[in-house]
Each structure stands twice: as C-alpha cells, then as structure tokens.
Design a binder for this molecule. Structure first.
Ligand SMILES: [Cu+2]
Length: 507
C-alpha cells in the first residue's frame, strides 16, 4: 500500500530548501527532459504547451462528433442511451504527438454538453469545462475544439457536464509517439466501463437517488471533519491487500469491455508468441477495476501516457480516469481478459476474450488465478528517465483536502463543495506542490486538468488513486495558464461537489 513512500523525505527537502524559493521562482520556464528512454526509445520531451493555432507543417487531424440519443446493443442488453454516434465506446481518435486536432461537436442531446480531453496538456480554451473554460454547448449547437496534442499517450474524452460520462459518451484517444520503436505485433485498445443507463435508471436518476437518500455505509461524519492523520499514513509495504476501503456508491447491472458484456464479449485474436500492446482505459464512473489476463503476466510500460520502468505484474488496479499500457507475449489458446470491479458484489465483471488458438470460450464469470495473487498498485510504478519531472524545490505548497459524506450526499474539497470552496491559485512558472489529504473512508481518483503531476517517486500522472485517509504530495510545473478543474473522477462525487479550480493569477 505504499504510494506515499517518500513523502517525509520530500518534506524535509522542502523545509531545508526554503531559502531557495525566491530564486527558483525566477528560473521558472519549464525545460523538458529529452533524455532517451533506454527501455522504449522514446525521445519525446515533456516541454512547454504549444500555442492555439496550427503552425506550418503541423499534422492536422479533423473529426466530427455528433452526441445524440440512440439505442445500443451491449451484447444482449439493449439500452437507450446517449452516445457519440452509434457505438460505445465512440470511435477511436488517433493522432501523432504534436498534431493539431480540430474536432467539431454537434449537440443533438436533450441537454447541454461539452467534451473534455482527459489527460491532455492542451490550451485552456479547449479543455471543455463549462463555467471554467467555455459555455456549455446548448442543444442544437456546435462547438469546435482546436488544440495541439503535445504528448504521446493513451487518453480518452467525455463530457464535463453532469453525470453524462456514465452514459455512452466516451471514446479513446491515442496519441502516437513518432520516436517510439514499437516492437509489438499488434495494439489493442481496452476500454472498461460500469453500465447502468437504460436499464430502468439513468445516471441522473442514480445521482438524484444518492442525494435524496444519502444512503450508504461509509459516512465520515460530515464535510471537512479535520480527522487526525496520525497513524494513517499508507506508506511503504507490499501490495497483498487492496487498500481501497469501501467500494463505489452505485450498484451497476453490467460491466463492459469495449461496450460488451461478458456473455457476448469483445474478441481479440492473434497468433501464439505474438507481442501485443494493450492500451487500457478505465472510463467507468464509480468503479475501480482489477485487471488480469488469464494465463499471462503483463508488463506495464506506461501510465496516463507516461513511460515507466517496465514492471511485470499478474494483475493490477486501475482507477476511474487512469490509463495503463501493458505489453504481453501471448500463449497458445483462449484466455479471459478480466476486469473485476473492486468491492462490488453484483453485476458480475467485465471480460474480453483473447484467442490465439483452439479452445472453448471462457465463462462470463471466469476468475483467472492471477486475480488471487498479488495485485499491483499502479502508483508504485517508477518513472522512465524521459518522464521524470526535473528536480526542483517547490515555490509554493498548497493544501488540498478531499472531504464529504454519504449522509447527506455532499462531497467537497478544502471543506466545501465546488462553487463554495476557494480556488487553488498559482503563478505561471512556479513549481507547485499540492499536499493532498483524503479525509474520507472512500478511495478517490484525483484528476488534474491541463497538466501532469509527479508523485514523490517522480512518477508522472494526471489521475491518481488516494486510499481512505491517505496523504500524498504531488508536484507540478505551472506552465499552462488558465482555469483548470481539479476533481475526483468518481463522476458522482465530482457532481456532488468534489471539485475545485487551479487558477493562474498574476503574482
Ligand atoms: Cu471521489
């Protein structure tokens, strides 16, 4: 459970280096590291955010999306829902790092909407957060998102309005690294989801019931409870026990891989011995999954787009909004790729089938042995050299508490729900440390827009799971001026107030 392993030592460095703060602030321009990643050959630097308009020679990727009501077949269950076109997930968008994306959204939904490009360090005006970066796209209106995608990686996109993410309004976005040698025979995009829409309830119904009932069993006794953190450090140690506390708030009837239930699963085919890259995205709204490929070990190579020191695992956790890339060399036969919802006892599991040879398909409730072994926690990965945030003493440290309760169903940050809490403020060029404390007995995936942050280990992420009562310092370079959402990626928590703003100010 050791995601805060180096917290204390980093603090000591901060205190010891306090005299450097002033001068460090002057040398603020972010300089990227272009060190070659020995493992993956990536030489793509993490550099400044590019400007708003396409430049000469820049690749251009143009797509049109229509968000609308539709009926989808999930492989048995047929559901009325909202989607981008007629599929769930929506069609993959693929571009190269540095390309300019021009994506038009036509809103044919019976509601306002927007698109947020999850994980991308894009310009603020394209970030898709009504109230912070744009007005909501009204029914019948169109909005064109224009931005450069600076960094390679596995991303996805979804609305940033209400609980629309918990419908079919999501799709994968892959930004390829032109400098990456590849070396795998195939690449599969694996999108995980928890599904309720059109099964007698909509996500809006679910949220209303949570608010009306204030139900559940993981009440922490109110907002900003100020719990004593003594003895609650999650630091160091193994991964044998899952640390996530209570499961999510919502009971789902289905869990999906690429829009399919396990009874009629997504099928991937390859030849024995082939090496495949999996790009795994958790697009669920309220579910942490444990992922395993039966009969195989996987080598994790990237998280949230950033290369890591490769780590071989049998199974791993993935929180809402997180992405993991894994490489696997395939055996001969038929194998279940399972995503088991953490802590949820109904609705079964998500599963796809990998076929490289003869054999009968696995049962929908198959449980690969790997799920019973050690389950790796992704934030324990170590960063590849090319993905490290350069060492620097923070210019400022801000506190961020995650608080809330089930009764009443109100979630917040720094003691109040979004709209009533104060923004976090930063100045351009600063190295900012955010000292995050989860004051609740639930796990929350913390997501920051427009930036990536480094964990104390140096691991770069844009979404990180904070276990109950966990405290974690995250560092970022303030290199992307704007108003940025910071929120829990449990979409019900975010909508109930677990969000704040990171706002750039002029000195
Ligand atoms: Cu949350």
């Amino acid at each position: 459970m050791g995601v805060t392993v180096h917290r204390l030592s980093r603090r000591a460095i901060l205190l010891g280096g306090a005299g450097l703060v002033g001068s460090a602030g002057l040398a603020a321009t972010l300089t990227g590291c272009s060190t070659t990643d020995a493992t993956h050959g990536s030489t793509h630097p993490i550099g400044p955010v590019p400007s708003a308009s396409p430049s000469a020679g820049q690749g251009l990727v143009q797509k049109s999306l229509v968000a609308r009501e539709t009926t989808l077949d999930l492989g048995g269950p047929t559901v009325a829902t909202w989607a981008y076109g007629d599929t769930v997930p929506g069609a993959l968008i693929r571009a190269k790092a540095g390309d300019f994306l021009r994506i038009s959204l036509e809103n044919k939904l019976p509601a306002d909407t927007s698109i947020h490009w999850h994980g991308l360090r894009l310009r603020n005006a394209a970030d898709g957060v009504p109230g912070l970066t744009q007005d909501a796209v009204k029914q019948g209106d169109r909005f064109v998102y224009e931005f450069t995608a600076p960094d390679p990686g596995t991303y996805f996109f979804h609305p940033h309005v209400g609980v629309q993410l918990d419908r079919a309004l999501y799709a994968p976005l892959v930004i390829e690294d032109p400098n990456e040698p590849g070396g795998h025979d195939d690449e599969w995009v694996v999108v995980l989801d928890d599904w309720v829409d059109g099964t007698g309830r909509t996500p809006d119904d679910v949220l209303k019931k949570l608010v009306d009932d204030g139900g559940g069993s993981h009440d922490m006794g109110g907002m900003g409870g100020g719990h004593d953190m003594g003895g609650h450090d999650m630091g160091g140690g193994g991964t044998a026990m899952a640390p996530w506390g209570d499961a999510g708030d919502v009971t789902y009837p289905h869990f999906l891989v690429n829009g399919r239930v396990p009874a009629a699963p997504e099928r991937f085919t390859a030849k024995p011995g082939q090496k495949v890259r999996l790009r795994i995205i958790n697009a669920a709204s309220d579910t942490i999954f444990t992922v395993a490929l039966g009969g195989h070990r996987m080598t994790l190579t990237h998280t949230d787009g950033h290369p890591v020191v490769p780590r071989e695992v049998g199974a791993f956790h993935i929180g809402m909004g997180e992405r993991y890339d894994a490489v696997v060399t395939l055996a001969d036969g038929v194998f279940p790729l399972v995503a088991a919802p953490f802590g949820k006892t109904s609705g079964g599991q998500a599963m796809a089938v990998v076929r490289t040879g003869a054999g009968s398909p696995p049962a929908a409730d198959v449980r690969p042995a790997e799920l019973s072994g050690e389950v790796f926690i992704g934030s324990q990965l170590l960063p590849a050299e090319s993905a490290k945030l350069p060492d620097r003493v923070p210019d400022a440290t801000l506190q961020l508490s995650l608080d809330g309760s089930m009764k009443p169903y109100v979630w917040g940050m720094n003691g109040a729900p979004f709209g009533k809490n104060d923004p976090l403020t930063v100045q351009q060029g600063q190295r900012l440390r955010i000292d995050v404390t989860n004051q609740t007995m639930m796990t929350h995936p913390l997501h920051l827009h427009g930036h990536t942050f480094a964990l104390p280990s140096g691991l770069r992420k844009d979404t990180v799971l904070l276990a109950p009562m966990q405290r974690l310092a995250i560092d970022l370079d303030a290199d992307n001026v704007g108003r940025w959402a910071v929120h829990c990626h449990n979409i019900y928590h975010a909508e109930a107030g677990m969000m704040t703003e990171l706002r750039y100010t002029e000195s």
